[in-house]
Design a binder for this molecule. Sequence first.
Ligand SMILES: *Cc1c(COP(=O)(O)O)cnc(C)c1O
Length: 275
Amino acid sequence: MMTTSPDSAAATPADGDTQTRHDQHGRYPQALSVEDFQHNLATIHARMAAACDRVGRDPASVQLLPVSKTMDESRIRLAHAAGCRLLGENKVQEAHRKWENTADLADLRWSVIGHLQTNKAKLVAQFASEFQALDSLRLAEALDRRLQAEGRALDVFVQVNTSGEPSKYGLAPDDVAAFLQALPAYSALRVRGLMTLALFSSEAERVRQCFVLLRGLRDRLRQEAPAGIHLDELSMGMSGDFEIAIEEGATLVRVGQAIFGARALPDSHYWPGSA
Ligand SMILES: *Cc1c(COP(=O)(O)O)cnc(C)c1O
């Protein structure tokens, strides 16, 4: 369960209290109007606040990142009209295309949350505000070089594989400490925290263990992090499990389907091995 740290929650929910909603998959209704988006956002914020309440956390300590992958430009405009200013996208080419097509929305920013091949670092450096799937020094080096050329900086999260599934991206937990030590060399990368995708399962306890692991790792590594490397953020939890993630310390939850509606493409298209 939760380890203690100064800003951490006071209480821990009883085992198994909060269930995953992965069985809801495919049943989220499509948001087709600004009102639909406002309604869904309000519902998610209320559920986030209730989860905070269960463990004595301040609701202001958790941010919501709406995830718009596969959703077309018209839906993105509705989400923007409903107040969304930062959107998460899993695939960089799709994100780049949407960025170009919504250039008139000057205050809309993009967070790339999915695995990135080194040869696509240039694309991310051009337009993204945030990148949540940093998992190799080769990629850090490529991003830094491209960002320096563009005169830009990028908020980054280090992705950790907390489920142990070989198909999942991210560093092994034991490799994160050494990885962080190398990051100050890349001055265009502003390290903000750790990110994970939990086991995709209806077994709430096993999902919870992934979040507990990331939280414990962050609390430990925070003490020894090199100067300039801040591990304030824990990006964990999505439509099916964000309440459990919040109970275990998430500062940022990435929610797609519960805001936009079910995706047509199966999750295996996005996450290897989750079919
Ligand atoms: C798609 C995605 C999410 C959101 O998943 P939903 O089930 O739509 O809430 C979160 N994180 C990552 C990395 C994703 O690719």
